[in-house]
Structure formats: structure tokens, C-alpha cells
Write a protein that binds this ligand. Structure first.
Ligand SMILES: Cc1cc2nc3c(=O)[nH]c(=O)nc-3n(C[C@H](O)[C@H](O)[C@H](O)COP(=O)(O)O)c2cc1C
Length: 169
């Protein structure tokens, strides 16, 4: 149990957004494992509203990069996992939980990944159309994935003391 906890803590502390990638491919099997982590997320009333599109085609990655305002780096990624949800009451929470699971799984596999915003973005419908998803699907996130080129930099975080409140706010 201790060992399991340590392994999880290492992954948790190692995760960071990675936006630069080596020119190396990632296999379908690895991408399936990342999506397998995503689909294990909790979802409200266990509705599992998610669908995941794994993209490795360079031209489609380039087009995704052209659409996603702050995601130009996806063009140089080995892959993107695009997370969609059908519109349920808690689709956004469910899809975000799945997205975080995928980011942690990518870190655990020694890969670099970055969450690129989807829901609320004006390009959401264009991404939906580009990937041939049904019109009513909500774009949750585009997750770029690749082999990191350099040591992963951690963003400084607020301390535990700053965010932890005991009994009352
Ligand atoms: C909802 C959401 C949307 C995000 N959208 C983008 C994005 O469009 N482009 C990007 O480069 N990073 C995006 N990020 C990544 C954040 O910038 C990043 O998580 C934050 O700077 C903290 O850094 P860290 O992930 O390395 O800890 C997004 C993260 C979240 C949670």
C-alpha cells in the first residue's frame, strides 16, 4: 500500500504541462492505455458521457493547431486525444475528470501532455466538425501528447498552508 501511494505521489508531483515534444511517434496501444485511464474517471450518476478521439495524423494535428488559439504546439505533438461529452447535466465536470486522468496517465508513462481548452471556446464547433463528431457533442479538451524534449518545468504553486482551511473557511 505504501509503495502504491508513493508511486501515485510521484506521478502527481511530476505532472506538468509539456508543450515541446521530440519527433517521436506514440503507438496506438499507448494511446489506448491513456484513454483507458480517462474512461475510469468518476461521472455523475455514472452516465459516462465521454468519447475520445485519438489523432496522430500530422495534417489533422496541424489543423487542430490552427483552430485552437492557445494550442499551436499540438502541431508538433505525436498525438492529440480529443475529449468530447454528450450534453448531460454534469458533462463538463465528467469530461474534466477524464482529462485529468489522461494527463496523469501520460506522466506515468513518461510522456508529456498539455490540456488545451475546449468547452466555451469559439473553435469548439469547428473541432467537432473537423473530427466528424456528432453535432451535439461538447468539446471538453484537446490533450496534446508527445515525448518531452527536456526536463519538465513545474509551475510554482500556492502552498498547502495557503489553500487548506480547517473546519471553516
Ligand atoms: C481548463 C484548462 C484549460 C487549459 N487550456 C490551455 C490552453 O488552451 N493552452 C495551454 O497551453 N495550456 C492550457 N492549460 C494548461 C494550463 O495553462 C496549466 O495547467 C497551468 O498553467 C498550470 O501549469 P501546469 O499544468 O504545468 O501545472 C489549460 C488548463 C486547464 C485546466
Amino acid at each position: 500500500m505504501d509503495k502504491l501511494f508513493m508511486e501515485f505521489k510521484e506521478v502527481l508531483c511530476a505532472r506538468a504541462s509539456v508543450r515541446e515534444y521530440a519527433d517521436e511517434k506514440i503507438s496506438r496501444e499507448v494511446l489506448e492505455r491513456l484513454v483507458d485511464a480517462g474512461r475510469r474517471a468518476p461521472s455523475a450518476r455514472a452516465v459516462e458521457p465521454w468519447e475520445f478521439v485519438a489523432v496522430t495524423d500530422k495534417e489533422i494535428l496541424r489543423q487542430l493547431a490552427g483552430l485552437a488559439a492557445n494550442g499551436a504546439f499540438v502541431a508538433a505533438a505525436a498525438a492529440a486525444i480529443v475529449v468530447f461529452c454528450r450534453e448531460t447535466k454534469y458533462y463538463l465536470e465528467d469530461g474534466c475528470a477524464a482529462t485529468e486522468n489522461i494527463l496523469l496517465a501520460a506522466t506515468s508513462a513518461g510522456l508529456g501532455a498539455c490540456w488545451i481548452a475546449g468547452d466555451k471556446k469559439e473553435y469548439a464547433q469547428k473541432v467537432t466538425a473537423l473530427l466528424g463528431a456528432p453535432a451535439g457533442m461538447k468539446l471538453i479538451s484537446i490533450i496534446s501528447v508527445g515525448v518531452p524534449v527536456q526536463n519538465i518545468k513545474q509551475v510554482k504553486r500556492r502552498s498547502l498552508e495557503q489553500v487548506f482551511h480547517w473546519e471553516i473557511f
